[in-house]
Write a protein that binds this ligand. Structure first.
Ligand SMILES: C[S@@+](CC[C@H](N)C(=O)[O-])C[C@H]1O[C@@H](n2cnc3c(N)ncnc32)[C@H](O)[C@@H]1O
Length: 252
């Protein structure tokens, strides 16, 4: 079935989502059983289904803590996923785990792709920020841990594009959130622009508030979310419907 308008399914992603693939991008913010929230029970069995539902050029951005990733590392591998990279989402506040001795103000988001695909074919639109300072960088010699590098130097200009940093600050929704672990749609927008082509299909397996649906609407990507809690799914639908759709002309 083709998804042309943003859609939030109600039910278990393991049953509902596979039929709608292949997906260009999977966003996953699953329950890990880390909190006392009623829905927060670690879910098994969804990773192989998610991997099989990805296009070979697709990838999955998975939210979690290092603790959570270590717990499911074998499951990720057995499901057919290969680790690519991670970013740190820095937020203004957050809740800590019992072992923390620092105020926890970050979460990790790790990207995985199909182990049967080459990383070079995975869709990747490098994101930049317009804050470069003028300089010429010369490579004196090739770093030992990398392969062949074409250019010996590059020039940058003041205010020009600079590769986006892997630590990204985004305020969490806090007072206006409709879900207790809602992710900022500004952060999701960055992941979506990086890893899904315009018009591509994003699958949000644990949709919660539908924040990713909002981000898809703003960036011109198609969206399919799934949420097991019927009330939350209804709120997510209303939230997404209230967002003005992407208008390609605005970007001209
Ligand atoms: C961490 S929250 C996601 C929050 C979401 N990313 C947001 O920004 O609002 C996880 C969500 O997964 C939902 N959930 C739990 N088990 C599920 C399942 N089997 N299928 C679909 N959704 C599920 C929970 O009800 C919860 O709303």
């Amino acid at each position: 079935m083709t998804i042309s308008t943003p859609t939030v399914l109600t039910g278990d992603c393991r049953t509902l989502m596979p039929a709608f693939g292949p997906f260009d991008l999977i966003l996953a913010d699953p329950p890990y059983g880390d909190t006392s929230l009623a829905w927060d029970r670690r879910l098994t069995g969804w990773l192989p289904l998610a991997c099989q539902a990805l296009r070979p050029t697709g990838s999955m951005w998975l939210f979690g803590s290092l603790r959570a990733f270590m717990t499911i590392a074998a499951e990720l591998r057995e499901a057919g996923f290969r680790y690519a990279q991670e970013i740190v989402w820095e937020k203004q506040n957050g809740s800590s785990f019992h072992a923390d001795r620092f105020k926890r103000v970050h979460e990790l988001v790790a990207q995985f792709y199909r182990a049967d695909a080459a990383w070079s074919v995975v869709y990747n639109a490098v994101q930049t920020t317009p804050d470069a300072t003028a300089r010429t960088v010369r490579r004196k010699r090739r770093p030992t841990h990398t392969g062949h590098i074409e250019a010996g130097y590059y020039l940058s200009q003041d205010g020009g594009p600079r590769l986006m940093r892997s630590v990204i600050f985004a305020r969490n929704a806090h007072n206006r959130a409709i879900h207790p672990t809602e992710k900022p749609s500004a952060l999701l927008e960055i992941l979506i622009r990086t890893s899904c082509p315009e018009g591509g299909l994003v699958a949000d397996w644990f949709a919660g508030s539908g924040a990713a649906g909002e981000a898809c609407r703003l960036t011109g990507r198609r969206y399919l979310g799934c949420e097991i809690d019927a009330d939350m799914a209804e709120k997510a639908r209303a939230r997404i419907a209230a967002v003005l759709p992407f208008d390609g002309r605005a970007a001209l």
